[in-house]
Design a protein around this ligand. Structure first.
Ligand code: CA
Length: 362
């Protein structure tokens, strides 16, 4: 979908949603709940935007009318990064975002999304579900009156879009680049100025020169947002987000008040969508990369190994200093690092070992 189409659609849908909220009062009176879901991205934007809508539609459909979820894109009810505060305060009921956008609330949120040179998306999901991550997340978010759920993984993200070639770490010096979370802190350590911009602001900021470079996700998503029109050098794989996991959050007081079957329904719908959306990324990345190269003249490049090694050393310092922020962050970081160690040990027996063989032997 072209960017302007879903942006236009977002405006129309926003107006419709605003009008329909006036009908919510009688629905609540009949013991039916209308939930507002705010997102950190535009309504119906490919990937995360359509994923949030599918979760809303399935909860509405499968609850038999007991729950109706209305979706608001970034800026329709609250700005992208205020989605957490809105849900925490009860001004909205659910959000679809990525936890690292909320590192201003607690540094521990970074570990629930992506860690430079850390775990892949599959490994991060394993840690959250079966390695103690969800319990720590619940404890952290309970303090903000939020219950969090892991959503899709984008897979390993591309390193980003640059006007000029990046050959050494010195090329990062003075560069203004959109990069959120711990990846942004690694860039800062390498001499760049990282900025965290919501997706709706990235293209205009590139266009105006407010930023020199950006990362977003990967070929499927990046093609849709048109960064190739400004930057032709596309680097990958990136080191900043080796397996980003998106999230949903629900107002905890509301969630605790729901009957058990509705709680389970929400949980199962989000789990199903996590699998579905992750598959869509896997399915569409290579064909999108082909389009970027063959139709739009994009040059796909890899960061030199020496640069990657320097970034890895900087990342280790960034993660260690982040972990020392407070006791809760340290507990999350320690749990993450222990699981990462186990994942590194097992990887040669799993996808890594197999794919290395496949790559060498056709
Ligand atoms: Ca990203």
């Amino acid at each position: 979908m072209e960017r302007r189409n879903f942006l236009k659609g977002a405006a129309l849908a926003g107006a419709a949603a605003a009008a329909s909220t006036t009908l919510a009062a009688p629905a609540i009176a009949q013991n039916k709940r209308e939930l507002k879901m705010v997102m950190a991205w535009p309504k119906n934007s490919p990937g995360a935007g359509t994923s949030g809508q599918r979760v809303a539609d399935r909860i509405t459909q499968l609850s038999g009318g007991a729950l109706t979820v209305k979706v608001y894109g970034a800026g329709e009810l609250v700005p992208a990064f205020q989605s957490f505060d809105a849900v925490s305060a009860g001004d909205a009921d659910m959000y679809h975002a990525a936890e690292y956008y909320f590192q201003g609330k607690a540094k521990g949120y970074n570990f629930l999304t992506a860690v430079p040179f850390g775990m892949t998306g599959i490994e991060t999901h394993a840690w959250i579900r079966y390695g103690g991550g969800q319990e720590l997340w619940d404890e952290l978010s309970a303090g903000f009156n939020v219950k969090g759920f892991p959503s899709h993984t984008t897979g390993t993200q591309m390193g980003g879009w640059f006007r000029k070639e990046i050959n050494t770490v010195d090329d990062f010096k003075g560069l203004k680049m959109r990069m959120p979370g711990l990846g942004g802190e690694v860039l800062r350590a390498l001499g760049a100025t990282p900025l965290n911009l919501p997706i709706g602001e990235i293209y205009p900021s590139l266009q105006s020169g407010a930023i020199d470079a950006t990362e977003w996700v990967g070929p499927w998503q990046d093609l849709a947002f048109g960064f190739y029109k400004i930057c032709k050098n596309y680097y990958g794989p990136g080191f900043h987000e080796p397996g980003t996991v998106a999230s949903f959050g629900i107002n905890k007081k509301l969630y605790d008040s729901l009957p058990k079957d509705q709680q389970e329904l929400i949980s199962v719908v989000i789990k199903a969508e996590a699998q579905d959306q992750s598959s869509e990324f896997n399915a569409l990345n290579q064909s999108s990369l082909d389009t970027l190269v063959n139709k739009h003249g994009v040059k796909v490049r890899a960061f030199p190994e020496e640069l990657m090694m320097k970034a890895k050393a900087a990342a280790a310092d960034v993660v260690a200093s982040m972990a020392a922020t407070d006791a809760m962050t340290k507990r999350i970081a320690d749990s993450y690092e222990a699981f990462l160690k186990q994942s590194i040990e097992y990887a040669p027996r799993a996808e890594l070992g197999y794919m290395n063989f496949r790559a060498k032997n056709g």
